[in-house]
Structure formats: C-alpha cells, structure tokens
Design a protein around this ligand. Structure first.
Ligand code: MCF
Ligand code: FE
Length: 410
C-alpha cells in the first residue's frame, strides 16, 4: 500500500470537495482519503510519498472523443468550413491512414497520457488503431464506427462492421472496452443506425454519435438545403435527409448515448437529450477550426445534461493535450463566470467523462473507488482555494504522475 500526500486533493465528487494537506492511501483501490496526518496514522505500514510544494491530486482526466486513425494530419486537411473539411478528409483519408504507423499511434496515445488522460474513448473507422488501443496503458473505450447512406451498400457495410465489432470483442478486457459509434444522421442510413442501436440495446453496449455539429447539417436535416445537398450527391445522386432531428434522437431511447458536438441543437432538442440517459461531448477546438457554432453551455447546464470533454482527432485539432482544450473553453465561453466555468470543466473532464464511458469506479476520488488519479505541481502557491480550478487549467500541460489501478504509468 502507498500513501501520496499533496497540498490539495480535488476529489471531483458532487460537492467538489477539496482537501487541503491531504493524503490518499491506495493499492488498486483507494483505501483512505483525508487529512494527511490522519491517513498516515491510520495506515502505518504504507509507503509514504510527499509530493512537492503546490501539488494537487485529482482523478484521471478523460478524453471522451478522439479519432486516432487521423493522427498523421498536421497541415493536410482544410480548415475554416465544415463541408470543405469533410471533402478534404474523404480525399486524404487513405494517405493519412497509411502514414499513421505504430509510432504515430503511440505518440498520440503518449500525448494524452502525459496530459493526465488515463481514460479515453477512441472512434475507429477502419480498425487500424485497435492493436495500439489494446496496448495503450490507459483504459480505452473503443467505439467501432459505422457510416454509409447508399442503399446498395448496406449489406457490405453491415458485414464489414460486424467483423470489426467481433474482432474488437476478442480483445475485450477491463482496460479495452468495445463500444459502438454511428457516424452522423447525414451519413448513416437508418437501417445501419438501427442495426447498431439494436446491438447496443441487446448487449448493453455504450454508443456514441456525432450530432448537429454544423449549420450545414442543421439546414440539411431541417430543409434539405445548403451545402450538404451538393456534397452528398457524390455518394448518392438521390440523397435526401434520412431523419428529422427528433426521429434521430428517438432512435437512441433506452440506450446510454454520448452525443458529440450538438452545437446546433435547439432548446427542444436539448430537452429531448435530457430525457435520454445521455451525455454531451464538447470538442471546442475542432468546432472552431471547422467554423461550427459555439456550443450553448448555458442551455446544457439548465437542462442538467452532463457535459464531457473531447479533443476530437488530430484531423481537427492541433493537440491531444486535454488542458489545451480546457483553456480554449475558458476563453470561448465568455457568457459564463470564469471561476464557475473552471470548476464545471474539471468535473466535465473527470467525473462526467468517466461516467459517460461507463467507468463509474474511476469518476472521482473516494474510498473504495479505483486508484486512477493524477498529480500536478503548480508553479506557485494558490492562496484562495476558489482560484484553484482556474489556475490548474491555466498552468497545466503535463502531469507530474499518473496512476492507473494504483500503478504508476507517468
Ligand atoms: O468529429 C469530427 C467532425 N465530424 C465528423 N467526423 C469526424 C470528425 N473527426 C473525424 N471524423 C471522421 C469520421 O469518423 O471523419 C470521417 C469519419 O470517419 C468523415 S466521413 C468520411
Ligand atoms: Fe469526431
């Protein structure tokens, strides 16, 4: 058993309790958490480590949405317009996929690890990233993606998808959890979406989907108008919207769904999402780069929909460091009080993310929970505890250490 002592322990529990001069005694699980003197006294045989001054212990950061297969992109894809980006992905995806070798995957995974992401949800379009995700030190939810809208292709797509899902299940473990991903309402035929959703319901699997990310998607779904019309004709000259937004949401009834983006949702749609057992993943940098609207956090807060954080892939981000993402959010959501927002974002990046990925035992720091936690050393003392979440987001790039099930990986 080990004990880690830090100036602050941010539990990320519902009360957002912060323990000053705290300690955590743990093996695979947290044995005790509290004031350092009490924890040390109660566990006399544990090996005690005192972290440097200005240290913080908190739960693992969780990146709920990343596409590793596009990690080779730096300046290849077109930013500034969602449809132009999508076109560039289609044009370049084979080159990008080929240029992401094992080292490229490992670098992406390492970048997340160094920033304290000990849990992530990876969307896999082709299955090329599977071995790297299996070998990753982190806990990985592996979202097998389906997409395709041409009726003639349905059987082939299903067959190929089922094969990928089956393969991912061969490697299922506590740290590699196969799950399902429906690409989006504009790209996925209802027969395919239903096939995947039924599988999720039958086997109680996590499911996720991109939803109402761009104004182009909004216009297409609502009115069959805008840039999507021309774009989708490449794949199917008779393309028309396959669902209304509400019909699409209704498909996910009785599922545990992680909706990604949702930038263009109306209040009604958020109300609907709130009635589902659902989470929203916010990918701010991706949204900005693809010129998509800013997510309405106020509405999501009002509806009590739990928010999570995603970096999206390096196809629409310059970094997989989750702190870069959080800093962006602090500066973008100017309608919210910055101190409250910082706290809200830390909860989103830890507890809500872990819950969304079905890893409730890693969601916050408490006796009996998994010892999945990170330590951070701030550059100076933070006198006022109210400032701590904000200062952490401002100053953290790499964590000092990271423990997964009590073992140190960073
Ligand atoms: O979340 C972003 C933007 N929205 C849609 N798709 C993707 C994102 N990042 C990567 N993608 C992938 C998606 O999984 O790009 C492809 C899909 O495989 C686009 S459809 C050819
Ligand atoms: Fe995405």
């Amino acid at each position: 058993m080990k004990i880690l002592c830090a100036d602050y322990i941010i539990t990320c529990n519902d009360n957002f309790d912060i323990i000053r001069d705290g300690a955590i005694c743990f093996d695979k699980k947290i044995v005790q958490i509290g004031k350092a003197n009490e924890v040390i006294q109660n566990n006399p045989y544990a090996k005690v480590k005192r972290l440097s001054p200005n240290s913080v212990i908190m739960p693992s950061m969780v990146n709920t949405h990343v596409h590793l297969e596009f990690s080779a992109n730096k300046t290849t894809l077109i930013y500034g317009d969602f449809i132009k980006w999508l076109q560039s992905v289609i044009e370049k995806r084979d080159i990008l996929k080929k240029s992401c070798d094992v080292e490229c995957y490992e670098n992406a995974i390492e970048q997340m690890l160094e920033s304290g992401v000990l849990i992530f949800g990876a969307v896999s379009s082709f299955g090329e990233d599977m071995q790297s995700c299996i070998k990753a030190p982190q806990k990985v939810v592996y979202f097998n993606e389906i997409l395709g809208s041409h009726p003639d292709m349905i059987d082939d797509i299903k067959f190929n998808f089922d094969k990928r899902v089956e393969k991912s299940f061969k490697f299922k473990s506590d740290n590699f959890i196969p799950a399902l991903f429906v690409h989006a309402p504009y790209s996925t035929h209802p027969l395919l979406a239903k096939h995947v959703i039924n599988l999720a319901k039958r086997d109680n699997l996590l499911i996720s989907t991109h939803f109402l990310e761009s104004m182009a998607e909004r216009e297409w779904i609502d009115k069959a108008e805008g840039d999507f019309g021309e774009f989708l004709k490449i794949f199917n000259k008779n393309a028309k919207p396959m669902y209304s937004s509400m019909e699409y949401l209704d498909l996910f009834k009785e599922c545990k769904t992680l909706f990604v983006h949702t930038n263009c949702c109306t209040d009604k749609e958020y109300e609907k999402i709130a009635t589902l057992d659902a989470y929203i993943s916010h990918c701010l940098v991706s949204n900005r780069l693809l010129n998509n609207p800013l997510l309405n956090l106020k509405s999501i807060m009002q509806k009590n929909i739990p928010l999570c954080i995603g970096t999206d892939g390096l196809s629409s981000n310059f970094s997989l460091n989750i702190w870069d993402e959080l800093r962006g959010m602090l500066f973008a959501h100017t309608d919210l009080d910055i101190l409250k927002l910082a706290k809200y974002l830390l909860i989103a990046a830890t507890k809500n993310g872990a819950n969304a990925l079905g890893l409730k035992e890693s969601a916050y720091l408490k006796e009996g929970k998994n010892a999945d936690m990170i330590t951070i050393v701030l550059p100076q003392k933070v006198e006022d505890i109210e400032q701590l979440p904000l200062e952490l987001i401002l100053h953290t790039n790499k964590v000092k250490s990271g423990y997964i099930d009590g073992d140190r990986y960073v």
